[in-house]
Design a protein around this ligand. Structure first.
Ligand SMILES: Nc1ncnc2c1ncn2[C@@H]1O[C@H](COP(=O)(O)OP(=O)(O)O)[C@@H](O)[C@H]1O
Ligand SMILES: O=P(O)(O)O[C@H]1O[C@H](CO)[C@@H](O[C@H]2O[C@H](CO)[C@@H](O)[C@H](O)[C@H]2O)[C@H](O)[C@H]1O
Length: 544
């Protein structure tokens, strides 16, 4: 049994006439569970994505039973409806446990089911349930007739359950570690469709033998007439020293520290043009003296892995979900509609949140609003007839936080796509350079997060730090780009010639920075200054 439950919080149990095993056939249980119980419970969960909107009501759209030797569990699919006229789907595995059998003190609610006292609890907290899921995956057979489908990946060689625990990292879903070497991610927000994370992970492992993302080892899904709904994805656990975002922050901090310790004069640092491709030997010695060689070697490795990922995603000629496509009028309409809608939404969020900004952030926000027509024009100026390269399935939300550091190498994770996009949009083939631009934005973020969070740690004026930061950024970009283009073209990935590459990069950088502005204003307004600085730099607002 778990530590004592906080009785004060749960004084009055909900009383139901039904047995637990018939609960989801009982109208009165379903009604009270969906309204009185869940509405209070989910809004505080880390994985609940509706925090910026107003919940109207929750509907249980589907439930299924899974039995272990000792317990009955339910998998429940919820539709959360919002006052703003949209809905989201979520998955909740549920258990009803007596106090003695509870493995946790985090309960959903105390209940009495047909005179039996106990607690409703997220079933992932119960070891018996975790073991059940794992055993269903490792013992699953091909072509089993069942609405809930457990799949065992080709790379899975485990024979038995040993242990399980929560991964316990900041994340949008919930991951469980099994036997200390496998991770099962249970998706919380679900889509009535195959999740791209599952689709891409299985494709990369089983079809492409790509070994720089965690190997696909299994999944859980619901077979539905509208397509399979992915509920869980199991992969190998990659030993790591943290993510590349943490790594980059440490490196950039050291580089800014070096300004003083190495007595560097920022105005004497050699500058370059953005997107100028650089071999390591071409990086001026002043820059290597300042930043060190090792960061550039790491950037080259990351660029290599990124290009290899794109080659794998774009080299299948049989599976239509992954065959490359050229640009056409339909794509162009789709792109412009999506981006003008997103841009309008950002203008709206920004206007509604201006009162939260001050200083440089407010100044840049006003500059953004003053230049809205120019920015919109960039999005509308996409001319597909000029594009000779190909579009492929991409990562879609590629940034340093999606990369794990493994010694001197990297593993690429989380192919779920951009959180704000619809599931259909996430599966549209796009320029691979959109991922590259995502990574460049992340370099820019790491540099500006270091400057903004430094609290006068570096004895330089902010403007001088910005100048140094922009120079550093351009060298990071130059070294990454040179390796990326070389490896991608060497692997026959058609990313276009230089002019097209530079155009797509600038276009995608702006798209990403505008996306980020909305993300930051909704989730951490203090950070909005970073994408705003990025937009000003991409649009060259402050160039004299
Ligand atoms: N296969 C894995 N091996 C090691 N760590 C992992 C693995 N998958 C995820 N992680 C860790 O969990 C974090 C969140 O994973 P992610 O797939 O991004 O989840 P979410 O989609 O819920 O945000 C990652 O940043 C990483 O630290
Ligand atoms: O939750 P996800 O990892 O899918 O992505 C969302 O959250 C990210 C922040 O955690 C956000 O990334 C932005 O901030 C990062 C630093 O925290 C930075 O490295 C990224 O470049 C920047 O885009 C991401 O945009 C959002 O989709």
């Amino acid at each position: 049994m778990a530590d004592k439950i906080n009785e004060a919080e749960y004084q009055n149990p909900f009383v139901f006439r039904t047995n637990w095993s018939d609960a989801f056939e009982d109208e009165s249980f379903v009604k009270i569970f969906a309204s009185d119980i869940l509405e209070n419970y989910i809004i505080n969960k880390r994985w609940y994505g509706g925090k910026a909107s107003t919940l109207k009501y929750i509907e249980i759209v589907h439930s299924f039973k899974i039995n272990s030797n000792d317990n009955t569990y339910f998998g429940v699919l919820l539709e959360v409806n919002f006052k703003e006229a949209f809905y989201q789907h979520y998955f909740m595995p549920l258990a009803f446990m007596s106090e003695e059998d509870l493995d946790t003190n985090t309960v959903i609610a105390p209940v009495v089911m047909n005179e039996q006292e106990g607690y409703l609890v997220d079933a992932l907290h119960q070891e018996d349930f975790r073991k059940l899921l794992f055993e269903k995956i490792i013992h699953s057979k091909k072509n089993e007739e069942s609405k809930v489908k457990f799949h065992k990946g080709k790379a899975l060689h485990v024979k038995e359950y040993i242990s399980s625990h929560f991964m316990g990292v900041e994340q949008s879903n919930t991951s469980i570690i099994f036997n200390d070497n496998l991770v099962l991610k249970i998706f919380r927000r679900i889509y009535i469709s195959m999740n791209p994370d599952y689709e891409i992970s299985r494709f990369l492992t089983e079809r492409m033998n790509f070994n720089h993302s965690p190997a696909y080892t299994g999944s859980i899904s619901i077979v539905s007439s509208d397509g399979n709904i992915t509920l869980g994805l199991m992969q190998e656990l990659v030993p790591n020293q943290g993510d590349a975002w943490k790594y980059m922050l440490e490196e950039v901090d050291q580089i800014f520290d070096n300004l003083k310790t190495k007595k560097i004069s920022v105005s004497k640092l050699p500058d370059i043009e953005l997107f100028k491709r650089l071999k390591l030997n071409d990086v001026p010695h002043e820059i290597i003296d300042w930043a060190g060689l090792s960061i550039f070697l790491k950037i080259k490795t990351l660029a290599t892995r990124t290009a290899e990922m794109h080659i794998a995603l774009g080299s299948d000629i049989h599976e239509t979900a992954f065959t490359p496509l050229t640009y056409n009028g339909d794509y162009s309409v789709w792109l412009k509609n999506r981006l003008t809608y997103q841009f309008q939404n950002r203008l709206n969020i920004l206007e509604n949140n201006l009162h939260k900004l001050d200083g440089l952030a407010l100044e840049l926000a006003n500059q953004f609003l003053d230049h809205k027509k120019e920015i919109r024009k960039v999005f509308l100026d996409f001319d597909w007839t000029q594009m000779k390269s190909e579009r492929i399935r991409i990562h879609g939300d590629y940034h340093l936080g999606q990369v794990l550091v493994n010694g001197d190498d990297f593993y690429l994770l989380d192919f779920e796509g951009e959180p704000e996009s619809t599931i259909r949009d996430r599966k549209v083939k796009q320029p691979p350079l959109k991922d590259v631009a995502g990574m460049f934005r992340s370099f820019h973020y790491a540099i500006y997060a270091t400057i903004f969070n430094s609290n006068d740690k570096y004895p330089y004026e902010q403007e001088e730090l910005f100048n140094a930061g922009e120079i550093l950024y351009k060298y990071f970009v130059g070294v990454f780009l040179n390796t990326y283009v070389e490896v991608a073209q060497g692997g026959n990935l058609n990313i276009g010639y230089q002019k097209e590459i530079d155009f797509l990069l600038k276009y995608c950088l702006l798209e990403k920075a505008v996306y980020e502005l909305g993300y930051e204003l909704n989730s951490r307004p203090r950070w909005s200054v970073i994408p705003l600085t990025g937009i000003a730099s991409i649009m060259e607002f402050n160039k004299v």
